[in-house]
Design a binder for this molecule. Structure first.
Ligand code: GDP
Ligand code: IMO
Ligand code: MG
Length: 429
């Protein structure tokens, strides 16, 4: 994946569906050859699971390279809940992974998430009633909107008492006057300030001047996307999206690397589709196919433990995602979950109000009227399984036909196939 003829090479991994495509597993796999793994957007709404020899790691803010002891960077575009980060560091350390200032750096200009934001997130959600987004209630949207409103506290501000107190006061004044009207049990500014002052000491050693850090970084640099195309703030199924940009363009603005080019741009695509939270999902299957995918694929949210909605692979959506992310390779995950189905549906176009579409329109009025059109593929038996298969030539013929169809439809090669949770259950073509 990496080119060796210059002092930096760039590989990116982004999700092409609604998140949870298996990005963590793919990043961990590729991190073997990486020198630095970088998160560039999102926050602890992400849940990236990695399995190595039966040991399970769940990461939300730490880049997945941490499991291999690689140097990791939480970039400028990430929104960081300091308390979550500290808890995550402690948990991962308790699983035997060393985390020091040698292998973890945090951009000094990343914005932080206050606990207050989580409460505002929950209040906003309940005010929306039936129109709620189904957020992770981690305060992500509030953090990005405070950032856009130029109210946010950044990591560097934590270490200057006067700036910190000033910013925190402004944030409390604003949110207490808008979000908490009528509530008696108000969050306390003093408690928030005291807790920040304790927590900042626990992360001080990791904080770096972002420009100096990124300019000096050399070698194989791997960018780890969070969420997925369908949740992108510009291109996703708005308003049922997250509050950051999830496409590759976000690397250019959120990593601090001032990139002009990405060498290997990998889109992660699950062999079927899932979504957690509310919002349009054209191929959602509420029948036995969807239920089987949910139970065989163990489709439960890492962060919120909600059941993921399941359905057929949507190639219309995937093609649009791949184009807008500019991906030049696909990592196809969870192929093994399809073992044993007689027939596998794949959506290849939409009909909306009698008209055929090869893309998802922008208007939410159209979302409700999408009728997916399917092609059906002959499945493969549980005996001729893909589960744990480690060589492309050992895959059942019908599974290969399924992969070839995806490649041809997307006009992008599948360079990685994942056939199980474990790091070893991976085929590199
Ligand atoms: P991410 O958010 O994109 O990193 O994905 P998650 O980690 O939230 O969800 C993917 C889930 O599928 C995790 O529990 C992984 O351990 C699991 N997983 C990843 N790849 C495979 C695979 O090829 N087969 C199976 N059965 N599970 C996989
Ligand atoms: P990873 O990185 C799946 C969804 C939430 C909700 C919407 C907005 O593990 O793929 P937010 O809390 O971001 O304001 O919620 O986005 N969501 C995810 N769904 N995987 C994720 O991350 C997600 N992060 C946010 O469920 O629908
Ligand atoms: Mg996830």
């Amino acid at each position: 994946m990496f080119q060796n003829n210059k002092n930096k090479s760039f590989t990116s991994v982004v999700g092409l569906q609604w998140g949870d495509e298996g990005k963590g597993k793919i990043v961990d796999y590729l991190a073997d050859k990486a020198d630095l793994v970088v998160r560039f957007h999102g926050g602890d709404n992400a849940g990236h699971t990695i399995e190595v020899d039966g040991k399970v790691f769940k990461l939300s803010l730490l880049p997945s390279g941490i499991i291999r002891g690689k140097k990791c960077f939480i970039g400028s575009g990430v929104v960081v809940n300091i308390q979550s980060l500290i808890s995550e560091i402690e948990l991962v350390r308790s699983q035997g992974i060393a985390i020091t200032s040698q292998n973890l750096a945090i951009a000094d200009n990343a914005s932080i998430i206050l606990d207050l934001y989580k409460e505002v997130d929950a209040i906003n959600e309940s005010a929306l009633g039936g129109a709620k987004i189904g957020t992770t209630k981690k305060g992500i949207g509030i953090a990005y909107s405070d950032k856009a409103m130029r109210r946010a506290i950044r990591v560097c501000d934590l270490f200057d008492d006067s700036i910190l107190e000033d910013c925190l006061k402004r944030i409390f004044d604003y949110h207490l006057s808008t979000s908490f009207i009528g509530l008696t049990n108000l969050p306390s500014y003093d408690a928030a300030l005291a807790s920040i002052k304790i927590n900042r000491e626990k992360i001080r050693e990791f904080v770096v001047p972002f420009f100096d850090f990124t300019q000096k970084a050399t070698g194989n640099i791997l960018f780890e996307g969070a969420q997925g195309f369908g949740l992108d703030i510009n291109y996703g199924t708005y308003p049922y999206v997250t509050s950051s940009s999830t496409v590759c363009g976000s690397i250019f603005t959120g990593s601090g690397f001032g990139l002009t080019n990405i060498d290997d741009n990998i889109g992660v695509l699950k062999a079927y589709a899932t979504r957690v939270g509310e919002g349009p999902f054209p191929t959602e299957d509420n029948g036995s196919f969807g239920e089987s995918l949910q139970s065989i694929g163990q489709e439960v949210g890492t962060v919120t433990k909600r059941r993921r909605r399941c359905g057929a692979l949507d190639l219309v959506f995937a093609k649009q995602a791949a184009r807008l992310c500019g991906v030049n390779q696909i990592a196809l995950t969870k192929l093994d979950v399809l073992d044993g189905f007689d027939s596998i549906p794949v959506c290849t176009s939409y009909t909306i109000n009698g008209k055929t579409f090869d893309y998802i329109p922008s208007s939410r009025a159209d979302f409700a009227n999408i009728v997916p059109n399917y092609q059906y593929f002959e499945g493969w038996s549980k005996q001729a399984k893909t589960e744990n298969v480690k060589a492309f030539n050992d895959l059942p013929q019908n599974a290969v036909a399924y992969l070839k169809f995806i490649e041809e439809f997307l006009e992008i090669p599948i360079s990685i196939v994942s056939t199980g949770k474990d790091r070893e259950d991976t085929i590199l073509r």
